[in-house]
Write a protein that binds this ligand. Sequence first.
Ligand SMILES: Nc1nc2c(c(=O)[nH]1)N[C@H]1C(S)=C(S)[C@@H](COP(=O)(O)O)O[C@H]1N2
Ligand SMILES: [Mo]
Length: 530
Amino acid sequence: MPGQSGGQCHTHASAWRHMLAGLFLGAGAMLSYGLYHRQQAEQAATTVQPVREVPTFPVYSQEEVAKHRTLADGVWVTYKGGVYDITDFVAVHPGGDKILLAAGGALEPFWALYAVHNQEHVLEILSGYKVGELSPEDSAQQAASSTDPYSSDPPRHPALRVNSQKPFNAEPPSEILSDNYITPNAFFFKRNHLPVPKVDPDTYRLEIQGLPKGPMSLSLAELKSKFPKHTVTATLQCAGNRRSEINQVKPVKGLNWGIAAISNATWAGARLRDVLIHAGYEPGVKGKHVQFEGLDRDVTGTTYGASIPVGKAVSEEGDVLLAYEMNGEELPADHGFPVRVVVPGTVGARNVKWLGKIALSEEESSSHWQQNDYKGFSPSTDWDTVDFKSAPAIQELPVQSAITQPAEGSVVERSQEEVTIKGYAWSGGGREVVRVDVSLDGGRTWHVAELRSGEKGQEAAASPPPGRAWAWKLWEVTAPLPPAAQELEIVCKAVDSSYNVQPDTVAPIWNLRGVLSNAWHRVRVKVSED
Ligand SMILES: Nc1nc2c(c(=O)[nH]1)N[C@H]1C(S)=C(S)[C@@H](COP(=O)(O)O)O[C@H]1N2
Ligand SMILES: [Mo]
């Protein structure tokens, strides 16, 4: 299994289930192995430290631990001064063989990267494999050297709702989301699979491969000076936006995003098309996909990666950018400094941050996130039957809308006589949202909302060119309170320029990864009689 990043914590979760099953199946063998080890440990304990109290463990030096790096020699690891023989655990480790990377040394640096391990039941499992104590000198030295790979992550705004601290994943409170047509950088949702890499803009090079003019690279200064600066306002949405609603139907793996894993920014940079042409691209050049690699890496050195169809990459109307600015500022660290790909109309996952490499290829990116994640499946597909090869990678996203105000569970005063509803609407592939319908009675009757494409009072004069509506619309409607209602079920649904509509309920679009969640958004509020 490739990189176990935060994004795959989900993968871990089910893997844990598989592992537990494995534990049961292998319980007999393991139990006897465990007993054998305990005897060994006890024998060793008596030789090293002839004391009566149990349990005592023998003391090992780091050098001794380091001799156990293979299944043949036994796989030992240390954690907080304890020594563990996890030879038998390797086969059932949810993250597979990667556990061997820690063999002969400390778990801390790995667990720091994959925070999914920091749970009580994981420690419990580990404690069953304890065979010794690490010598105090080696233990102290380890504590000093095991650094947190997330320690150089940038500071973040305290208003963000954090879904995961390491790697950092957060969304703005939904009320804030619709306050601005252009989401301020600090509030723009953040979705990182790995630690934020530190990139020196002076030595940065963008590698370009698979094009007629041969492998080449560009410095940041060249990217800025050799190619015209192009500006695009585009909404970015994570495939997992609104996963929490999918979770309510039946739990899935993944970050429990609310409705705000979506934001809108004005990006500026070089057009990917111009850079590809600079590298020799012309019609007829072989290659179906443009692959991207990030500079963020997991412990094995595997980088984040994704790809898009070449047609999107080279199209003049595709507006794909190698962006170095976000809302008039240099790209913030969390959003890909110094350069990220912005693929308007396409799922967040393909908008690769901290861009290190571009390659034209006959194949899609081989990365985990292109091959085994970010795909949609039938509600009947589960983790035992799923075949990731059977579904295409998500690229253009479906039509979406959600209510940002009022909040779920809030109270509307009867004496106000009316209620104002606000939200956002967007569709993938450059399809413009042409209408948003809002209901106060669960979808029996509807009001048509007013749409806007700019900050209040400074709306865009003209619609975007057909097929290039990359930015969301904010919408608002004020409707009379239904006379007798004590509770309102507020619903919104959007229609795009292809007359695509949102499904009315979540259950029929449930999928095991909880992606593509775009059912009618529903918010319940109480009407108070004052
Ligand atoms: N290099 C790199 N690029 C990445 C990611 C990542 O973890 N590493 N996450 C992807 C995902 S899944 C999303 S939704 C968007 C989020 O972009 P943002 O953090 O700027 O909102 O970045 C994408 N690009
Ligand atoms: Mo995402």
